[in-house]
Design a protein around this ligand. Structure first.
Ligand SMILES: Cc1cc2nc3c(=O)[nH]c(=O)nc-3n(C[C@H](O)[C@H](O)[C@H](O)COP(=O)(O)OP(=O)(O)OC[C@H]3O[C@@H](n4cnc5c(N)ncnc54)[C@H](O)[C@@H]3O)c2cc1C
Length: 409
């Protein structure tokens, strides 16, 4: 098929490689003129690692990442709420903390190595049926027409907007200011650390590989500009009581950059226009959520893997896209639901929610079975309390190497 992938992000770059390897005629259309390795640290779970192994980039990624095998959450008063290791779930493979730019560079390298045509500096405004296929629209007119257009254009997807499939799209009131700092002594070691002051502030510390650590400062969107304008010394003073053993890292911060989060749900991730023509969404374009559970990139890679498989397995496009939706539904629903549930408890103005959270969390997280269930959800492949997502088709190389839960296919 002639396929346009709109967006050279994590989902788009991965999918373009998988589709090219299956013999499709793929073009990537990207808004940025000069896509560069930008962003903060991301948390990559074993499921996403499996897809990257298939592309042959996991070894290089590991060399530039930090293994994150523990999650520690404390309150500003020093109460330990959560202290969980991935070893609570037998066979669970720890996450990788990595700079988004590092992963982007590796995927970009793979796209270039395959000679996949890139249309850079082209901001897509929408898609629509045309006599020759699905036209990709830009402000300057139609770019070209394709059999299939994949919207991999992130949380503010124009492709999603033009398909008219959005059921929910709202910006969270809270986001984060972030910075990547040098951490040559690897203070952050192997733990994702969060220190909470009720529900309105937290400091997050994520080891990011190559002697770097990402810091996240939870703040309302409306307050971000004010925090930045007051300057770094004022911010450090506010953040220091939450920094615990990582206080030295605050001094290494030289800028704070804003990140905002959306909650996006689509009714169905695709539209067809007659036999053999259609458009489909992957990654944040299909299901943006807040990064509370750190699964955004892993879910995007699972989308790419699944869509490539269903296009391979079904002769008719409509069957392939219906199978794609089916394979992804339970998995996405589980993470959207949990993320929405956790957001007010960790980032909101609902301060009274912090009281039961702080009182109960230390006890609940020690109840037998709960640590394993929590780590199972963090691993990114849950579909329900008793089942995990199983990639369709050929099994992914499993850094996990463990059977757990009933499998959905
Ligand atoms: C610049 C940037 C920085 C990020 N930093 C972080 C971070 O620090 N931590 C984190 O957890 N997540 C970050 N993310 C989000 C994270 O990459 C995604 O949540 C996740 O990896 C899912 O990937 P995706 O491919 O669906 O979307 P994205 O990675 O967001 O990729 C979408 C791509 O589509 C392109 N695009 C958007 N609109 C159009 C358009 N109209 N026409 C053509 N191309 C378009 C974008 O330029 C981008 O390359 C960042 C995303 C971007 C784009």
């Amino acid at each position: 098929m002639r396929i346009a992938v709109v967006g050279l992000g994590m989902a788009g770059a991965t999918l373009a490689c998988l589709l090219h390897d299956d013999g499709h005629d793929v073009t990537v259309v990207e808004r940025a003129e000069d896509p560069r390795p930008v962003g903060a640290g991301i948390w990559l779970q074993a499921m996403g690692q499996g897809v990257l192994e298939r592309l042959g980039v996991l070894g290089d990624l590991r060399a530039e990442s930090r293994t994150v095998s523990r999650v520690a959450i404390v309150t500003a008063s020093g109460r330990r709420l959560v202290d969980l290791g991935y070893d609570a779930l037998p066979g669970a493979v720890p996450a990788l903390g990595v700079h988004r730019g590092t992963l982007f560079s590796l995927l970009h390298r793979e796209v270039l190595a395959r000679g996949i045509p890139l249309r850079l500096g082209v901001a897509v405004t929408g898609v629509r049926p045309s006599p020759t296929g699905i036209a990709v629209e830009t402000a300057g007119g139609d770019l070209a027409s394709y059999d299939l257009v994949v919207g991999a254009d992130g949380s503010r997807s124009r492709v999603r907007w033009s398909l008219g499939v959005t059921a929910r799209d709202r910006v969270y009131e809270h986001g984060a200011l972030w910075s990547i700092v040098r951490d040559p002594d690897e203070l952050a070691h192997d733990a994702l650390f969060q220190c909470l002051r009720d529900t309105r502030r937290y400091l997050g510390v994520l080891p990011t590989g190559r002697g770097r650590t990402s810091l996240f400062w939870s703040v309302r969107r409306s307050e971000m500009a004010g925090v930045v304008a007051r300057g770094l010394p004022a911010w450090r003073e506010e953040a220091r009581p939450l920094a615990g053993p990582y206080a030295d890292l605050l001094d290494a911060v030289d800028e704070l950059l804003p990140a905002t989060y959306r909650d996006v749900v689509v009714r169905t991730p695709y539209r067809l226009d007659g036999p053999g023509l259609g458009a489909v969404l992957v990654g944040d374009a299909a299901h943006a959520m807040s990064p509370q559970l750190g699964t955004g990139t892993s879910l995007a890679l699972a989308d790419a893997w699944t869509l490539a498989h269903t296009l391979r397995a079904h002769a008719r496009l409509q069957d392939a896209l219906a199978a794609y939706e089916h394979h992804r539904a339970a998995h996405l629903r589980w993470y959207q639901w949990w993320t929405r549930l956790m957001m007010p408890v960790f980032q909101s103005r609902l301060v009274p929610l912090a009281w039961p959270r702080d009182a109960l969390a230390p006890w609940v997280t020690r109840v037998p079975g709960v640590p394993a269930a929590l780590i199972g959800t963090l691993c990114g492949d849950r579909t329900s309390p008793w089942s995990t997502w199983s990639p369709p088709g050929e099994p992914l190389p499993r850094p996990l190497g463990r059977p757990r839960g009933r499998r959905l296919s």
